[in-house]
Design a protein around this ligand. Structure first.
Ligand SMILES: Cc1ncc(COP(=O)(O)O)c(C=O)c1O
Length: 353
């Protein structure tokens, strides 16, 4: 074939497969771990008050007000914060800034399946640290990891099972590898697990955390996330980010959501309560379910692929991953109380047949 040729590593790359975003609003959507409650009413007020003048101009390139607000709540300096178009962008920037071609990037496996895409794009080398719920623990996998990593993505709590690696294991991992950028991906931290922010605050120079507004603040559609690390790390990432990566509306919405912490706490609390109830009911239906600290459950039963299809036929969308480690289970995002009531009714109908 003639025509322009992509870089070989891009030609060989497998694109990330996002969960389905269905058009049919009647489907109960439990497949991409959003917070299905509506955002704080203050978010819509903030969006409505974005004036015509600010829409006509470029947004604040450094998200000054939002960064100050986040830094103030977390007790860090604004210079330690980097904003991203979703936390995905911050995770991507970490690879762009810290991994040279041929560099090694580690992560516990299974985990978030976007990391391999960053590795392939960077022409880097993937180092999987295998673990399983009934075998080697995440902590054992971390302790046995090689030391020559340029970057490690450690996800806490770690999807799709939702188990958070122990913070002390993350500390040991980071202390033993001073030249590795250790990114604690905390997309789901509002729902459980211990944050590595404590390590950043203690001054571990190679640790950063990433967080998102998608999973706990009901703002997945706005695409806002951030990272917190040393001023040096945040400075490097701010150097590689796109100049105007967060639009005016996203900045206003995120700030309103962040500052209505009480609202977020309430919806998160309801989701955690629904998660525990759903886990108990599903175990009663013969599913094996690890104790998730996220806003999702990984529910295992031998007929999982078949059930995935049947849930869909009954207007319930959950996630099924066709990989050797995961095809025996369904990842079920925890929706609103009403959605979970319907979901459990359907589950009971399908599983007691
Ligand atoms: C572990 C993990 N990190 C990051 C993200 C992405 O979050 P964002 O919407 O902020 O890009 C996800 C989304 O599924 C995730 O599961």
């Amino acid at each position: 074939m003639t025509g322009p040729k992509p870089r070989p590593e891009v030609a060989a790359m497998h694109a990330y497969v996002p969960g389905e975003q269905p058009k049919d609003a009647r489907l109960i959507k439990l497949n991409t771990n959003e917070n299905n409650y509506l955002p704080s009413p203050r978010v819509l007020e903030a969006i409505a008050s974005v004036g015509e003048r600010s829409v006509a101009r470029y947004p604040d390139p450094v998200c000054g007000a939002l960064r100050e607000s986040i830094a103030g709540t977390l007790g860090v300096d604004a210079a330690q914060v980097v904003m991203g178009n979703g936390s995905d962008e911050v995770l991507k920037m970490a690879a762009e800034a810290y991994v040279a071609p041929g560099g090694r990037v580690g992560y516990l496996w299974p985990t978030y399946s976007l990391y391999p895409v960053f590795v392939q794009k960077a022409a880097a080398v993937e180092v999987r640290l295998p673990w399983s719920i009934d075998g080697r623990s995440q902590e054992e996998a971390l302790d046995a990891a090689p030391t020559d990593l340029a970057l490690a993505y450690l996800t806490t709590p770690n999807p799709p099972f939702g188990l958070p690696p122990d913070l002390e294991a993350i500390r040991r991992f980071a202390e033993k590898r001073p030249e590795t950028l250790v990114v604690s991906d905390e997309a789901y931290i509002a729902y459980g697990g211990e944050s590595a922010l404590a390590l950043v605050k203690e001054g571990l120079p190679n640790v950063m955390i990433t967080r998102t507004f998608s999973k706990s603040h009901s703002l997945a559609g706005m695409r806002v996330g951030f990272g917190v690390g040393s001023p040096e790390i945040a400075g490097v990432l701010n150097k590689v980010k796109d100049s105007y990566n967060l639009n005016v509306t996203a900045q206003a919405a995120a700030q309103a959501a962040w500052e209505d912490a009480e609202y977020t706490e309430r919806t998160v609390g309801r989701i955690v309560a629904s998660r525990e109830q759903a886990a108990e009911r599903l175990r009663g239906l013969g599913f094996t379910i690890p104790a998730s600290a996220g806003n999702f459950l990984f529910a295992m039963r031998p007929d999982a692929p078949d059930l995935f299809r049947k849930f869909r036929e009954n207007s319930v969308l959950v996630r099924w991953f066709d990989t050797p480690e995961l095809r025996g289970g369904l990842r079920i995002s925890i929706g609103t109380e009403e959605e979970m009531r319907v979901f459990l009714q359907v589950a009971e109908g399908l599983c007691s047949q």
